[in-house]
Design a binder for this molecule. Structure first.
Ligand SMILES: [Zn+2]
Length: 272
């Protein structure tokens, strides 16, 4: 069965991972801009990173029949210095017209600080000016609930953003309902030991249903699993969920949300 992994950081993964994902049925992915595990020494580092996301990775993925798309932003962890963050944001408009770009992301908050909020608001405005989708990262620590509320309030304060064009990622049991209730889409991140395990994600689907909800691996440079989405599908299958339900969370829902970008495709790649 075909699936989409709508949040995975392939710059941190090997080509063997692309191959294993393709074998497991992956046909398309989306890669948000994130903190690479170290702070870049200057805006030029982001120019190189955005080039990698819009040029190098799509070619690497296509070799395995996987369509690669990306999101651009300055991540909250490196947004603590507004001057630096604005220089990086100044690079983004030139990349927005690249064929695999979906929108602005993953933006959000890390420590819920004042500077992070200023840059978050400016990146929401950037998405609004260019009429782009938004992908939101929510904090992983105990302040996830507060951070999620602050982010949703900031998005609605902008006044011109349709929540149906925003996906709030890394939701958990205590944040999923408030995200869906306000009209946003929600993403569950499947991590082997932190965030959601495939079992917890299956529990959440059984609690809140499958409307406007997707799963992703968020595979990155840390302990993570690029095959988390197919593993969650197996968990759902074991619990007796129908193929339609399993396809909805791992293919149809991502296709519906991402389809709004106009640049997303899960169609087979024609080669030769
Ligand atoms: Zn991420």
């Amino acid at each position: 069965m075909r699936y989409i992994d709508p949040h995975i950081h392939m710059v941190s993964r090997t080509t063997d991972d692309y191959q294993r994902m393709a074998l497991a049925g992956c046909v398309a992915i989306t890669e948000p801009a994130f903190w690479a595990g170290f702070d870049r020494s200057g805006p030029q580092g982001f120019f190189d990173y955005f080039t990698q996301l819009t040029k190098t990775e799509p070619a690497r993925a296509a070799a395995y029949g996987i369509r690669h798309h990306c999101w651009l932003c300055i991540n909250p962890k490196e947004a603590e210095d507004p001057g630096f963050a604005r220089e990086v944001m100044g690079l983004i408009p030139d990349f927005l017209d690249k064929p695999n770009v979906l929108g602005i992301g993953e933006i959000g908050l890390n420590k819920n600080s004042k500077n992070e909020m200023v840059i978050l608001e400016e990146q929401i405005a950037l998405a609004s000016q260019h009429d782009r989708l938004i992908l939101v990262h929510t904090p992983h620590l105990e302040d996830k609930l507060k951070g999620t509320k602050l982010i949703m309030d900031a998005i609605m304060r902008n006044g011109s953003i349709d929540p149906g064009r925003v996906l709030i990622d890394h939701v958990e049991e205590h944040t999923v309902s408030m995200v869906l209730d306000r009209g946003f889409w929600a993403g569950m991140t499947l991590y082997p030991d932190t965030k959601c395990t495939p079992q917890r994600a299956a529990d959440i689907f059984e609690m809140v249903g499958t409307e406007r909800l997707w799963i992703n691996s968020a595979g990155d440079w840390g302990h993570s699993d690029p095959l988390a989405v197919p593993k969650c599908r197996i968990e759902m299958q074991h619990r007796g969920h129908t193929p339609e339900t399993i396809s909805r969370i791992s293919y149809d829902n991502p296709l519906r949300f991402l389809g709004q970008a106009g640049t997303f495709s899960a169609d087979p790649i024609q080669t030769g």
